[in-house]
Design a binder for this molecule. Sequence first.
Ligand code: 5AD
Ligand code: SF4
Length: 417
Amino acid sequence: MNVYDSQLIAKFLIKNGFSSVNTPEDADIIFINTCSVREHAETRAFGRIASLNRLKIDNPNLKLFVVGCMAKRMEEKIWTKFPFVNFIVGPDNYRKIPDLLNDSITRGIFTTENNSEKYTGCIASNDRKVSSFIAVTRGCNNFCSYCIVPYLRGRERSRNHKDIMREITLKAFEGVKEIILLGQNVNSYNYGVVNFAGLLKMVQTVPQIERARFITSHPKDVTDELLDIISSSDKICNHLHLPLQSGSNRILSLMNRQYTREYYIKLVEKIRGKLQSVAITTDILVGFPTEKEEDFKATLDIIRRIRFDFAYMFRYSKREGTRAAELGDIPEKIKGERLKEVIALQNKITKDKNSELVGKSVQVLVEAKSRRADEFYGKTKENKAVVLSGNVQIGDIVNVKVSEIRGWTPYGKVVYE
Ligand code: 5AD
Ligand code: SF4
């Protein structure tokens, strides 16, 4: 979402006559877009902000903006700790940015919760030429007990499908082949009579768009209607990102996830029954307050049973103001050990699953040049990264015969059928 928001801000600037430069030294305005989901991201952002002070000495006209969730959560700290920062602008306040670019105002904080911002008429610029993000929902109403997002990004809102379709059509004309619909919980998209399945139906009518993806789906909101539309469409990719978080019912309940491990296992069985060669990826959060060895074992067990194609794995990071913050914290050492163990298990599964592709032919959208000069990088419909060689151009959709696994990445040559 932050990548998309940065593109949105970039478009506001381009409209006002600005253009992007390649190095911070050449810039007259710098935006630091921040995330508050975990403490680690905040610590890094602080380091980055501090490092920009030296540019201000060389270029006193330089304007520094801190935007994103941390701008809202830590406005006072940023304001006092970094007096060289000009503007602190929180989520859903970005329309104010163009007004801050003239010289009549030099410092300010703009972080009020703005649930009425539906991004009507906004189109983001397109940095990723072949594959592009499009926000369809904003905010979140789920209030998982560990998560700061609902407090910083406000209530869930769906964007008008007419705006979404306008943005997709414009991007299609710019050469975009794949769009990734974004939201904290895309499955609860609802604008007038259009739900998420309805939105996907519309999206696949854009001729130049070859593929549509979406992230993130809350497991409690995956409907049969959604699975049916994925199964009947050759454009909507057979990949679901379904954050599990934990395999322990006790922890899931404390997390306020609103499902049990049995429900999740049944859901995965249903998805795999309905959708051919579907990929299921997930988020795992270890070290939630009060997590015991037996809770963690239940997480390892469900990971072994389900065999996710890929997982993002995190250690719990206490967020002040959330309900989980009142439940205490378990020692960092235990969190670290558990994270290591879960990563080792999932990495092995990811590699084993990718190895199953050796000898098979997969359809790849070529996204970029790879590190080696004669090789390219792309993704399968299941969202698996593949390195390939052959006579191709970025934006092509090609068949690749996988011949080996490098690290855990499938590699192969293009086959012409
Ligand atoms: N600590 C660690 N990870 C978190 N996530 C959300 N909040 C926290 C937190 N306090 C993770 C969840 C979520 C992903 C986007 O970030 O796994 O699915
Ligand atoms: Fe956070 Fe839960 Fe909302 Fe995801 S669904 S953004 S984890 S509150």
